[in-house]
Design a protein around this ligand. Sequence first.
Ligand SMILES: Nc1ncnc2c1ncn2[C@@H]1O[C@H](COP(=O)(O)OP(=O)(O)OP(=O)(O)O)[C@@H](O)[C@H]1O
Ligand SMILES: [Mg+2]
Length: 361
Amino acid sequence: MSQVICRDISKSYANVGVLNRVNLEVNEGEFLVMLGPSGCGKSTLLRIIAGLERQDAGSIRIGGRPVDDIHPRERDVAMVFQNYALYPLMSVYENLAFSLKIRKLPAADIDRRVREVAGILGLAQHFNHRPAQLSGGQRQRVAMGRAMVRNPRVFLFDEPLSNLDARLRSKVRGEIKSLHLSLSTTTIYVTHDQIEALTMGDRIMVMRDGGIEQIGTPDEVYLAPANRYVATFIGSPEINILDGVIDGSDEKVCIIDGRKFPLPAGAAPVGKILYGIRPHDLMLSAAVAGDALPIAATVEFTEPTGGAVIVHAKLGEQTIILQIAHDEGQTLAPGDAINLAVNPGRIHLFNPSSERRITAK
Ligand SMILES: Nc1ncnc2c1ncn2[C@@H]1O[C@H](COP(=O)(O)OP(=O)(O)OP(=O)(O)O)[C@@H](O)[C@H]1O
Ligand SMILES: [Mg+2]
């Protein structure tokens, strides 16, 4: 049993609220990602789960047992910090073995465990090296190995990849994911990087200002964001959120800058609306099949990104961004008139005052 349950966790520092009644259940064996901008309370929540910080209100259970009065060392969790500070004068082997020595495990057990973990992480050939002799990615693996040797019930990762360059980040990201597939240890992973969240998480918890905006699978938060904030935080390039009006003469169109954007029948009430469409759910209309409406726009500029081109275009007042295949977009130039079409299955509508998602009845 290694489920983690947070009930109504609140925390303030000097009367400034940092966490506000956070409720969360992480299932046994699950990889849960906490995602949110700097300062939203991610590390604070993780430190409370680890027992390094005490909540003002609420309770934590790990593996069915209340742990609020239990010392961090007895909680059977292992945390990997952003600044993981290896012991610089110890070898890789000694770094891995250290926490087991402190626990006075028999030497043979320590050796077996260290070799097992080093085998999984590909560190055995570095046993005699000191941290300064390792690359950033190797150091990161030693930091993870130190957590793994203890065979904890729960792994807590606090932005473990933020010190690595982009290439190494995606490599270690893959390593952590495949590690989880083989170990299935319950994991809570903090990041402010939505790509890490989408690629690694079984579920993603999107936070804002000490509260939870949405918890769901990567598909759920991406395809059905609960509100404008979640829609905007997840996905790159960022989703287009356009001001539109449904005028009642035709419930199957939303008027945006005088253009007619498609709507599913009965999707939303008459009146003002926020119309969300992701850049790659837009097409040049030559590429559209069926009776989709062409939408006139003017190219402002384009950004080639290798396989795709990001096109910034003007409707009337508002700007719209589309992401299309390189071959389709490469000849576009500023000032070109284009016609757009919308993938009608991928429209996100939000209430303009509450900014909550409008779901069709
Ligand atoms: N020990 C502390 N004393 C006072 N304020 C604190 C303390 N720890 C955190 N805070 C405040 O609590 C808020 C949340 O901090 P936290 O470290 O949890 O954010 P975070 O989401 O992890 O951000 P980041 O992505 O920058 O790491 C911040 O406004 C921070 O200044
Ligand atoms: Mg943090």
